[in-house]
Design a protein around this ligand. Structure first.
Ligand SMILES: Cc1cc2nc3c(=O)[nH]c(=O)nc-3n(C[C@H](O)[C@H](O)[C@H](O)COP(=O)(O)OP(=O)(O)OC[C@H]3O[C@@H](n4cnc5c(N)ncnc54)[C@H](O)[C@@H]3O)c2cc1C
Length: 413
């Protein structure tokens, strides 16, 4: 029986642990705070399988100055972090070239087309199917120009097999009566789904794994040493050492540092996002709504209406600016007139974002018993189970299940 240690108990680490446990491995998950707050707790809850358009769309750099002029706008780079971000930005720029864009779009489509095949069995097996709402999502537009500007992206989605239904504002309001007359165009994507509460998924999945005998331990991993089979060492900062046959690094944005210790670059950056969750909001939505031009979303979760978005690059240690969370909730008043209040619980989390919008799902190029599962950016919840399955396929030598090249760590080295 293989002994495998997974570093990180976010949705990616737990999904990897799930699929490795199903293979019969003896799995240990190490996290400095197994039950603590993490990116996987506070996200928007979307199973966003239709999101196959990379962040670096051709021409995006023309829009950046406009977004950044607004101090609470959808994109921000903290000045102290700007220099450190340069390598990421250069690679992001290259990713927006036509050929690269198309390559990335195809690689995202391949990954997302597998999502339900991997997610549904995991939710079913762990008793979490009740948490999933398969009601689609509605992307809404305020202006004809905004809608027309994204028509090409909708065509690309259709070419990737994604079902889309274009609508007028009135048709969108027939589906979601809470929307104001500001909405003039919309696109309904029936394959999107959302969950009741991402924190519930993480907590219950962790609890289920523990009940099945998966060892979840508290430990801050400070060093990883590799050798032959059975000899990998995960060293915690308090001096404890854990031995394993294989190690999977699934530590979200913090994976970059762990990979660097092992001699591998990854360019993963924190793309901080914010939200406000409002209980008793007065807004009834049946599905997630994406406000395309203003770059925020609203999801009806069991813990309240969650309104969020923003992309802030400031590194891991910078303090969050919760004014962003408030400003998104205020923006929502324009589109959701029955919103009773904009105060709620503020939250910020570090999206582990690669410049090419593709996760790292990979065997290490330097250490044959180390694997990487991180860098899922905006789509970590969506791609969690698929990542778990793919890592299990890699460890158990079933690489034929996919061409892993686009997701390899080697692309950064
Ligand atoms: C505002 C916002 C909205 C989002 N909405 C969506 C959405 O609707 N749909 C979607 O699919 N995705 C969404 N995402 C993205 C998604 O939340 C992330 O991609 C995902 O949570 C990343 O999961 P993870 O397990 O890789 O990282 P994390 O959840 O950050 O977990 C990493 C874990 O590693 C542990 N760790 C790190 N370093 C060490 C160490 N040295 N030793 C021990 N433990 C360590 C940490 O304690 C942490 O528990 C959103 C993100 C944000 C911020």
């Amino acid at each position: 029986m293989k002994k495998i240690t997974v570093v990180g108990a976010g949705i990616i680490g737990l999904s990897v642990a799930y699929y490795l446990h199903k293979e019969g491995a003896e799995v240990t998950v190490v996290d400095r705070q197994p039950e603590g707050d993490k990116t996987s707790f506070g996200n928007a809850g979307g199973i966003a399988v239709t999101e196959v358009i990379p962040a670096a769309v051709p021409g995006i750099f023309m829009k950046v100055p406009g977004w950044m002029l607004d101090p609470l706008g959808p994109l921000a780079v903290r000045p102290a972090h700007a220099l450190k971000l340069l390598p990421w930005l250069l690679r992001f720029y290259r990713s927006g070239k036509k050929d690269e864009f198309m390559r990335i779009y195809r690689s995202l489509s391949v990954l997302n087309s597998r999502v339900y095949n991997d997610l549904l069995p995991m939710l079913e097996d762990t008793g979490l199917m009740k948490e999933l709402h398969r009601d689609g999502a509605l992307t809404v537009y305020e202006t004809e120009a905004g809608y027309n500007a994204e028509k090409h992206e909708w065509e690309l989605r259709e070419q990737a097999g994604i079902r889309v239904q274009h609508m007028t504002g009135d048709e969108a309001r027939a589906l979601e009566p809470a929307l104001s007359s500001k909405v003039t165009h919309a696109v309904f994507t029936p394959q999107w789904s959302h969950i009741n509460d991402p924190k519930v998924i993480v907590d219950e999945l962790r609890g289920w794994l523990i009940k099945q005998g998966v060892n979840v331990i508290k430990g801050d991993v400070g060093e990883i040493q590799t050798a032959g089979a059975g000899q990998q060492q995960v060293k915690m900062k308090d001096g404890r050492t854990h031995f394993a046959d294989d190690i999977v690094i699934a530590a979200g944005v913090w994976s970059r540092k762990l990979a660097e210790m092992l001699g591998e670059k990854s360019l993963v950056e924190s793309e901080r996002g914010y939200n406000t969750t409002i209980q008793d909001s007065g807004v009834q939505l049946s599905r997630e709504v994406i406000f395309a031009e203003r770059k925020f979303v609203a999801t009806p979760l069991s813990c309240g209406l969650r309104i969020g978005g923003a992309a802030e690059f400031g590194g891991i240690n910078d303090k969050p600016n919760y004014k962003r969370a408030s400003s998104l909730a205020k923006l929502a008043e324009i589109y959701l007139p029955t919103l009773k209040k904009t105060e709620g619980i503020h939250w910020a989390g570090h999206r582990p974002s690669t410049p090419d919008s593709l996760p790292v799902i990979s065997r290490s190029s330097l250490h044959s018993h180390v694997y990487y599962a991180f860098g899922h950016g905006h789509l970590g919840l969506t791609q969690s189970a698929t990542t778990g399955r793919l890592i299990a396929d890699l460890i158990y030598s079933r690489p034929d299940s996919l061409d892993y090249t686009p997701y390899s760590i080697k692309r950064f080295n």
